[in-house]
Design a protein around this ligand. Sequence first.
Ligand code: DHB
Length: 316
Amino acid sequence: MADDATVPDLSVEFAGIKLSNPLLLASGIADETGASMARAVKEGAGGVVTKSLSIQPRQGHPNPCIVEVEGGLINAMGLPNPGIEGFREEIEHYKKKTRGRAPIIASVFGSSIEEYVEASTLAEGLGVDGLELNGSCPNAKGLGLQFGQDPVVIIELVREVKARTTLPVLFKLTPNTHDIVTLARAVQEGGADGIVAINTLQAMKIDIMTARPVLTNTTGGLSGPAIRPVGVRCVFEMARAPDIRIPIMGVGGISTWEDVIEYMMAGATAVQVGTSISWGNLNVFGEMKKGLRAFLMGTGRRSIKDITGLAAGVGH
Ligand code: DHB
């Protein structure tokens, strides 16, 4: 191995959260238990995001709630989770296993601003390093998506949460909008420390033999490689808006180191990896790190930080 001076630096800081590399495990994938989240770190993730947690436990939707389509998955799990308190042991196990090497961000949601605030303070009590407000679940009635599509509600939601926590607060934005930049401005105006983009795209699949929707929820959220160009465009649009100064975490269809570079060039400071892991190997993190280092070395760069926003000011 080359000596330290020539090994490119993959570390980044996102909204005050220090990461040894810019790759995080995305919410909802392989994050059911402390052990599975710790495994992602062992394989090379710089941090993890928990599954979305609510104050009370939730069962979620009956099967079928996930279907594979070309280029991705459509899911409508209905935000099943054991409740914030029910997840305490998993977080403790994670922290014991990873010993501060990789921050853990709690994804939280509620059915009102008050519930988001209470969920956030309860999650802070679990000893996490940051909060990701899931303001964009497309599947659960009265939850998430309505909050995430209205800039006025976003401002108030973020402001209320920020007033009650000392943790960095990130807001996960939906692409199911005609203007993601306006939503991003609302996130910043509310006082959030960072933006996460994108959540899943509303989609559906019909079984042509029965003429019925496959998912019990009828529609669901599309994730996977098919949505990457949408995510890259969203990150690019937000990054090149001169008044948006908070950092952006890119997510949506990332499965190779080239995808990571693409999101970072569009303007992301860090990224999350989800659906590509649900297809099998957690060692994508290790492979991505190797690819990122080789790319930096091959292009004469010392730090991954130099990639962020390279293309963001360069539109035609
Ligand atoms: C679900 C939640 C999401 O935030 C999403 O993007 C897709 C599905 C769900 O649990 O149904």
